[in-house]
Design a protein around this ligand. Structure first.
Ligand SMILES: [Zn+2]
Length: 354
């Protein structure tokens, strides 16, 4: 994770710079720029959340943000259509948007978050929202923050997704678990993955499209094989035209190109397929897009991710290695997007593709 903080489009690399920014925030833009130029760069690491974007002057009075625990907060589900609830991620890193879809007989949960506590709180909420229904958990893809807590559902419901995702979990699950603990989670958050048991689904489907009848409501599952991961899938509600995309789309965040060998290699993803998936999702003409991470919105979320990949390809042009200026050039085109650490793996991916 980068230790750079972005406030009001101003990049801040140290605590000193942040204090200077705060002191100057009520002054003119010109004066602020002058002060920042006088400040030493990068003297003190932040140890706070990687990036914060805010355009409000009042934000300067807030305390430094601390990196929040990546635990699902199940207190405030939002009902976006009758019987369709979303637990918003609140832009907390490693917390996914979660869906709870209530049918007459069955409640379907889309992703359960990272760790046992998150999964238990999601299950408890689903039971409260849909008492007496049988519980089905589906997982958009095999990355730990979406489903490494699924064991909670083993004796409390059924787990259902496609065969390729099951195969990938079986092949790479331990590597993902170890890699997330060691390289992705900060040391004081690693305990969240304690006691995780890699839990395969009870039932799978093999085809690229299937449906599940929840009782008075049918949901669709679609997969494109290997895209962001082997076997990621979307959940689509055809009546309401709501799509849960998993990490095939993030909103105002650089798409998670998870190229982190040896944990995840280029063979574990296929961005051309990912682009096809985005195009096909656009053809579904969704009214509401629930991305893997970030705010919910309309189809523009999908279009922006698709355009981003095209832009990165174009920006690379004839380059043959990962160049700092290239990364900065791409970064500058998306000033409001978070998680810029995912630009570099995207560039690396496209370079190895050519
Ligand atoms: Zn993912």
């Amino acid at each position: 994770m980068s230790a750079t903080l972005i406030v009001d489009s101003t990049t801040i690399n140290s605590k000193d710079e942040f204090m200077t920014y705060r002191a100057m925030s009520s002054n003119t833009h010109f004066q602020r720029r002058q002060m920042l130029q006088l400040t030493a760069l990068g003297a003190i690491a932040f140890g706070a959340s990687s990036e914060v974007a805010t355009g409000q002057e009042s934000a300067a009075a807030l305390p430094l943000p601390k990196r929040p625990l990546p635990v699902v907060d199940a207190r405030f589900p939002v009902e976006v259509a009758s019987g369709v609830f979303i637990l918003l991620d609140k832009r907390v890193p490693l917390v996914p948007n979660i869906g709870i879809i209530v049918g007459r007989d069955t409640v379907l949960i889309v992703d359960c978050g990272l760790g046992i506590d998150s999964a238990e709180s999601v299950l408890a909420l689903a039971r409260r929202l849909a008492p007496g229904r049988q519980v089905v958990l589906t997982v958009t893809h095999a990355h730990p923050e979406h489903g490494f807590g699924a064991q909670v559902f083993k004796n409390n419901g059924r787990i259902y997704y496609n065969a390729l995702q099951k195969e990938y979990l079986g092949r790479a699950g331990q590597k993902l678990l170890d890699g997330f603990r060691t390289n992705i989670l900060p040391p004081n958050h690693r305990y969240l993955l304690d006691n995780i048991v890699l839990t395969p689904p009870d039932q799978t489907y093999d085809q690229d499209h299937t449906t599940l009848d929840l009782g008075g409501r049918t949901v669709e599952f679609r997969t494109w094989g290997k895209a962001h991961t082997p076997g990621d899938q979307i959940v689509f509600l055809p009546d309401e035209r709501i799509v849960f995309t998993g990490d095939l789309a993030e909103e105002r965040m650089f798409p998670i190109v998870p190229l982190f060998p040896p944990m995840i290699t280029a063979q574990d993803m296929n961005i051309s397929q990912w682009e096809i998936a985005l195009g096909d999702m656009l053809k579904l003409q969704p009214n509401l897009v629930v991305p893997g991470h970030g705010s919910i919105g309309g189809p523009e979320i999908l279009a922006e991710v698709l355009a981003y990949f095209g832009n990165v390809r174009q920006s690379i042009g004839l380059a043959t290695n990962v160049d700092r200026h290239l990364i900065e050039h791409i970064r500058a085109e998306y000033p409001t997007w978070e998680n810029s650490e995912f630009i570099e793996p995207a560039v690396r991916y496209f370079l190895q593709e050519t």
